[in-house]
Design a protein. Structure first.
Length: 166
Protein backbone atom coordinates (compact mmCIF):
# COMPACT_ATOMS: atom_id res chain seq x y z
CA UNK A 1 0.00 0.00 0.00
CA UNK A 2 2.90 2.36 -0.65
CA UNK A 3 3.44 5.17 1.84
CA UNK A 4 0.11 4.81 3.61
CA UNK A 5 1.01 4.07 7.21
CA UNK A 6 -2.45 2.99 8.35
CA UNK A 7 -2.59 -0.17 6.22
CA UNK A 8 -0.95 -3.51 6.94
CA UNK A 9 0.66 -5.81 4.34
CA UNK A 10 -2.76 -7.21 3.44
CA UNK A 11 -4.17 -3.74 2.78
CA UNK A 12 -6.29 -3.73 5.94
CA UNK A 13 -6.51 -0.89 8.42
CA UNK A 14 -4.10 -0.82 11.34
CA UNK A 15 -3.12 1.58 14.06
CA UNK A 16 0.43 2.75 13.52
CA UNK A 17 2.97 1.60 16.13
CA UNK A 18 4.44 4.76 17.65
CA UNK A 19 6.15 2.99 20.56
CA UNK A 20 9.70 3.67 19.40
CA UNK A 21 9.17 7.34 18.50
CA UNK A 22 10.85 10.15 20.41
CA UNK A 23 8.68 12.01 22.88
CA UNK A 24 8.56 15.74 22.12
CA UNK A 25 6.31 18.68 22.79
CA UNK A 26 3.55 18.71 20.18
CA UNK A 27 1.42 21.74 19.35
CA UNK A 28 -1.19 22.11 16.63
CA UNK A 29 -3.39 25.04 15.68
CA UNK A 30 -6.50 24.67 13.53
CA UNK A 31 -9.15 27.12 12.41
CA UNK A 32 -12.58 27.27 10.83
CA UNK A 33 -15.62 29.48 10.68
CA UNK A 34 -19.38 29.54 10.64
CA UNK A 35 -21.01 31.96 8.21
CA UNK A 36 -24.16 33.50 9.69
CA UNK A 37 -26.59 36.23 8.74
CA UNK A 38 -26.71 39.62 10.46
CA UNK A 39 -29.61 38.68 12.78
CA UNK A 40 -27.83 35.55 14.00
CA UNK A 41 -24.56 37.44 14.36
CA UNK A 42 -26.22 40.13 16.50
CA UNK A 43 -27.91 37.52 18.71
CA UNK A 44 -24.62 35.69 19.27
CA UNK A 45 -22.83 38.95 20.03
CA UNK A 46 -25.48 40.21 22.45
CA UNK A 47 -25.97 36.85 24.17
CA UNK A 48 -29.63 36.87 23.10
CA UNK A 49 -29.87 33.38 21.61
CA UNK A 50 -32.71 31.45 23.30
CA UNK A 51 -30.60 28.29 23.75
CA UNK A 52 -28.07 30.24 25.82
CA UNK A 53 -24.44 31.29 25.58
CA UNK A 54 -23.41 30.20 22.08
CA UNK A 55 -19.67 30.79 22.37
CA UNK A 56 -19.39 29.48 25.92
CA UNK A 57 -21.16 26.28 24.96
CA UNK A 58 -19.08 25.93 21.77
CA UNK A 59 -15.92 26.42 23.83
CA UNK A 60 -16.80 23.53 26.11
CA UNK A 61 -17.85 21.34 23.16
CA UNK A 62 -14.55 21.96 21.38
CA UNK A 63 -12.51 21.11 24.46
CA UNK A 64 -14.51 17.95 25.11
CA UNK A 65 -14.19 16.88 21.46
CA UNK A 66 -10.41 17.33 21.45
CA UNK A 67 -10.21 15.05 24.49
CA UNK A 68 -12.35 12.40 22.75
CA UNK A 69 -10.73 12.49 19.30
CA UNK A 70 -9.43 8.92 19.50
CA UNK A 71 -13.00 7.75 20.23
CA UNK A 72 -14.38 9.16 16.98
CA UNK A 73 -11.45 9.07 14.51
CA UNK A 74 -10.65 5.37 14.06
CA UNK A 75 -6.83 5.35 13.80
CA UNK A 76 -6.03 8.17 16.24
CA UNK A 77 -4.04 7.27 19.32
CA UNK A 78 -5.46 8.27 22.71
CA UNK A 79 -3.29 11.11 23.98
CA UNK A 80 -2.65 12.74 27.32
CA UNK A 81 -3.31 16.34 26.27
CA UNK A 82 -1.62 19.01 28.34
CA UNK A 83 -3.56 21.99 27.03
CA UNK A 84 -6.50 23.00 24.85
CA UNK A 85 -7.38 26.61 24.08
CA UNK A 86 -10.20 27.70 21.82
CA UNK A 87 -10.66 31.30 20.73
CA UNK A 88 -13.54 32.93 18.91
CA UNK A 89 -13.59 36.07 16.84
CA UNK A 90 -16.83 37.64 15.74
CA UNK A 91 -16.10 38.94 12.24
CA UNK A 92 -18.78 41.55 11.53
CA UNK A 93 -17.65 42.15 7.95
CA UNK A 94 -18.55 38.66 6.66
CA UNK A 95 -20.46 38.07 9.18
CA UNK A 96 -19.02 34.93 10.76
CA UNK A 97 -17.91 33.25 13.93
CA UNK A 98 -14.22 32.45 13.44
CA UNK A 99 -12.80 29.65 15.56
CA UNK A 100 -9.20 28.79 16.37
CA UNK A 101 -8.06 25.86 18.53
CA UNK A 102 -4.61 25.19 19.92
CA UNK A 103 -3.86 21.76 21.37
CA UNK A 104 -0.69 20.69 23.18
CA UNK A 105 0.83 17.51 24.55
CA UNK A 106 4.16 15.92 25.27
CA UNK A 107 4.15 12.65 23.43
CA UNK A 108 5.12 10.46 20.51
CA UNK A 109 2.44 11.49 18.03
CA UNK A 110 0.96 14.79 16.94
CA UNK A 111 -2.18 16.62 17.98
CA UNK A 112 -3.34 17.84 14.57
CA UNK A 113 -6.48 15.71 14.62
CA UNK A 114 -7.34 16.92 18.11
CA UNK A 115 -7.10 20.57 17.02
CA UNK A 116 -9.18 19.92 13.88
CA UNK A 117 -11.76 17.99 15.90
CA UNK A 118 -11.99 20.81 18.45
CA UNK A 119 -12.69 23.37 15.71
CA UNK A 120 -15.21 21.07 14.03
CA UNK A 121 -17.16 20.39 17.23
CA UNK A 122 -17.13 24.06 18.20
CA UNK A 123 -18.46 25.00 14.75
CA UNK A 124 -21.16 22.31 14.90
CA UNK A 125 -22.19 23.59 18.33
CA UNK A 126 -22.50 27.17 17.03
CA UNK A 127 -24.70 25.75 14.26
CA UNK A 128 -26.81 23.76 16.73
CA UNK A 129 -27.25 26.70 19.09
CA UNK A 130 -28.36 28.99 16.24
CA UNK A 131 -30.37 26.73 13.94
CA UNK A 132 -33.73 27.83 15.36
CA UNK A 133 -32.99 31.35 14.10
CA UNK A 134 -31.15 30.54 10.86
CA UNK A 135 -31.33 27.41 8.71
CA UNK A 136 -28.74 28.32 6.03
CA UNK A 137 -25.54 28.73 8.05
CA UNK A 138 -22.34 27.42 6.44
CA UNK A 139 -19.41 25.79 8.21
CA UNK A 140 -16.27 26.32 6.15
CA UNK A 141 -12.50 26.59 5.89
CA UNK A 142 -11.62 24.08 8.60
CA UNK A 143 -7.87 23.65 8.22
CA UNK A 144 -4.63 23.03 10.04
CA UNK A 145 -2.73 26.31 10.42
CA UNK A 146 0.40 25.03 12.11
CA UNK A 147 2.00 22.13 13.92
CA UNK A 148 5.18 21.80 15.93
CA UNK A 149 7.15 18.79 17.07
CA UNK A 150 7.83 15.35 15.78
CA UNK A 151 9.83 13.70 13.03
CA UNK A 152 8.16 15.60 10.18
CA UNK A 153 9.09 18.93 11.75
CA UNK A 154 7.20 22.16 11.94
CA UNK A 155 4.51 23.22 9.50
CA UNK A 156 3.25 26.77 9.21
CA UNK A 157 0.51 27.46 6.72
CA UNK A 158 -1.33 30.38 8.26
CA UNK A 159 -1.58 31.87 4.77
CA UNK A 160 -4.39 29.35 4.15
CA UNK A 161 -6.48 31.36 6.54
CA UNK A 162 -5.39 34.74 5.17
CA UNK A 163 -6.43 34.07 1.59
CA UNK A 164 -9.92 33.43 0.27
CA UNK A 165 -8.63 31.21 -2.56
CA UNK A 166 -7.16 27.79 -1.80
Amino acid sequence: MGDFTHFNDEGRAKMVDVGSKQETERIAVAAGRVLVNRETFDLIKSGGMKKGDVLGTAQIAGIMAAKKTSDIIPMCHPLMLSGIDIKFELNSEIPAVEIQAQVKCRGVTGVEMEALTAVSAAALTVYDMCKAVQKDMVIERICLLSKRGGKSGDIHQEELWNTEQR
